[in-house]
Design a protein around this ligand. Structure first.
Ligand SMILES: Nc1ncnc2c1ncn2[C@@H]1O[C@H](COP(=O)(O)OP(=O)(O)OP(=O)(O)O)[C@@H](O)[C@H]1O
Ligand SMILES: Nc1nc(=O)c2ncn([C@H]3C[C@H](O)[C@@H](CO)O3)c2[nH]1
Length: 208
């Protein structure tokens, strides 16, 4: 039985992390920690020129997540209160290992470990896997300007990197429960029964 649930929803861009985390937070009456997107000053520049802006962008995400998860530890986990978040800290490495090169990647790795090694880690991860078609369709539907020119190759690589990242976590942190959701088949936005299936799987993990 999980003592204090700390649930992270993960998956590539547009998988539905924020949507599903919000629905589950509502269902379980847990507070939610959401990633900062709109206030990010580097995202549009990054998508126009990844090599030029990747270090600034990855550091911005890292510092924001560090602060959010430090607060999550203090305000929830250490108080024995459950919480759900629409990302896992490991996401930083999944992206940064691909977008950074050479000395910047080395520096980033060092800073990443210094900042994150003692942060609280989720005990349940919901990993939403989805095909390139599904993800591109959702990204287009959401219509964020800065994502419209995203290269298909970037997304293809990210999908593969996410699979590798989740396999890495499964091996490194065997106590963490990873629930994999097929985001092509389970449409928790359009079909209530699909959401109910997912909520039941989460409840089962929390009880077991
Ligand atoms: N299962 C689903 N069925 C249909 N539409 C969905 C589904 N999940 C998400 N969407 C839609 O896809 C878009 C992306 O969803 P959302 O913002 O939750 O993804 P995300 O994984 O949090 O994205 P990001 O990685 O950019 O933060 C939204 O417009 C959302 O309404
Ligand atoms: N490079 C990079 N590193 C990250 O850690 C990261 N986290 C999110 N994103 C991108 C995906 C969406 O476009 C948008 C909102 O999630 O921001 C990231 N991009």
């Amino acid at each position: 039985m999980i003592q204090v649930p700390f649930i992270a929803v993960e998956g590539p861009i547009g998988a539905g992390k924020t949507t599903l985390a919000t629905m589950l937070a509502h269902r379980f009456q847990y507070p939610i920690v959401k990633e900062i997107v709109e206030e990010n000053p580097f995202l549009d520049k990054f998508y126009q020129n990844i090599d030029e802006w990747s270090f600034q962008l990855e550091m911005f995400f890292l510092c924001n997540r560090y602060k959010q998860l430090e607060d999550t530890g203090l305000n929830f986990i250490q108080q024995q209160l459950p919480v759900i978040s629409d990302y896992h800290i490991h996401k930083n490495l999944i992206f940064a290992e691909r977008t950074l090169k050479g000395i910047k990647r080395d520096k980033y790795r060092e800073i990443y470990h210094i900042l994150t090694d003692d942060l609280p880690r989720p005990n349940v991860i919901l990993y939403i896997r989805a095909s390139l078609d599904t993800l591109m369709h959702r990204i287009n539907k959401r219509g964020r300007d800065f994502e419209q020119d995203m290269e298909v190759g970037y997304m293809e690589q990210l999908i593969a990197d996410y699979d590798a990242g989740m396999a890495f976590l499964a091996e490194r942190e065997p106590a963490t429960r990873i629930i994999t959701i097929n985001g092509d088949d389970l449409d928790f936005v359009e079909h209530t029964e699909h959401f109910e299936q997912i909520a039941a799987r989460v409840q089962k993990e929390l009880n077991s």
